[in-house]
Design a protein around this ligand. Structure first.
Ligand SMILES: NC(=O)C1=CN([C@@H]2O[C@H](COP(=O)(O)OP(=O)(O)OC[C@H]3O[C@@H](n4cnc5c(N)ncnc54)[C@H](O)[C@@H]3O)[C@@H](O)[C@H]2O)C=CC1
Ligand SMILES: O=C(O)[C@@H]1CCC=N1
Length: 280
């Protein structure tokens, strides 16, 4: 039987996941979303044919699987409000950056299956990439179901240690934004050189897709793919020398480290021990 799945806090990430699921054939009548805004509930219900509710507790009651999609700062309040009504057979999946399994277990207040995920927005096109880790109460069967769920919107990897979720965030969760930023800069320069925006956008973005497909589909080192384009004393060489002069490795490493550090600081803000000391 297809499980009913409730997305608590429908925003960018929830929409990306359930729209990808719908495209891959998940029945709309098995998908519930929650939003506090009537306009958004109407919009999502009409656009996607899913059930939209105002009450998270009602969504919890109706669902087999609950995907927690609110911002990290809202997670505790959302869980606290329905924790007393959680059933032992339910499966929870969080998409929140930084919020650790231990903190969510603490808020849920009972042994329950819980998966922490770090998806990304290309999920909405079935091209998502998701990192996953489960708590000790999650069965192998539940893990397989979660793998299938995220396979329906792209691909996924299970990490061995929870601290690896910070790295996943910097490599895939946040990373579509890096590529968008890079494209923005390229398109802007194409326009500055005289092309219209549409042409510049098409040239840059389809090139990014083609390059990514070469990396994924061809069994060749990325450095070799790069060298195949870089004629000695040619045009590409000049562009790459310019990147090196700006220390591209450092630029990227600094950005990824900043991302990881923010993920760690979120984890520390919402850690179980901090909550225990607050409670006690
Ligand atoms: N946007 C992204 O690319 C990614 C986001 N995430 C995670 O996904 C989570 C959500 O991020 P976004 O979707 O970008 O944020 P968002 O702001 O677009 O969506 C969150 C939604 O939750 C709603 N909400 C807040 N409190 C609520 C409550 N008590 N009951 C019901 N709904 C409530 C808000 O109104 C909002 O619509 C965050 O924890 C973030 O770390 C993870 C991976 C990628
Ligand atoms: O920026 C954020 O905090 C979220 C998590 C990963 C992508 N967006």
């Amino acid at each position: 039987m297809t499980p009913s799945i409730a997305f608590i806090g429908v925003g960018n990430m929830a929409r990306a996941i359930f729209s990808g699921m719908l495209v891959s054939g998940y029945p709309a009548d098995k998908i519930i979303g929650t939003s506090r805004t009537a306009e958004k509930r109407d919009h999502y219900q009409q656009t996607f044919g899913i059930s939209m509710l105002a009450d998270n507790g009602e969504a919890l009651k109706r669902a087999d699987v609950i995907v927690l999609c609110v911002k990290p700062a809202q997670m505790q309040a959302v869980i606290d409000a329905f924790a007393a009504h959680v059933r032992a057979d339910q499966l929870f999946i969080s998409v929140a950056a930084g919020v650790e399994l231990g903190a969510m277990e603490h808020w849920l207040g009972q042994p329950v299956a819980l998966v922490r995920s770090m998806p990304n927005t290309p999920s909405q096109l079935g091209a998502g990439m998701t990192g996953l880790i489960a708590n000790a109460h999650t069965s192998d069967e539940q893990k397989s179901w979660v793998t299938e769920l995220f396979s329906s919107v792209g691909d996924s990897v299970w990490v061995e240690k929870e601290e690896h979720m910070h790295t996943v965030t910097s490599l895939s969760g946040s990373a579509p934004a890096y590529f968008f930023r890079f494209l923005e800069a390229m398109i802007k320069n194409g326009v500055e050189q005289g092309l219209d925006e549409e042409t510049s956008r098409k040239l840059a973005s389809l090139t990014m897709m083609g390059a990514a497909r070469m990396v994924i589909d061809l069994d060749e080192p990325i450095s070799q793919l790069r060298k195949n384009i870089t004629s000695p004393n040619g045009t590409t060489e000049q562009a790459l020398l310019s990147f090196e002069a700006s220390d591209i490795d450092k630029i990227v490493a600094d950005a990824m480290t900043a991302c990881v550090n923010r993920s760690k600081s979120l984890a520390s803000d919402f850690s179980a021990s901090k909550n225990e000391s607050k409670d006690g």
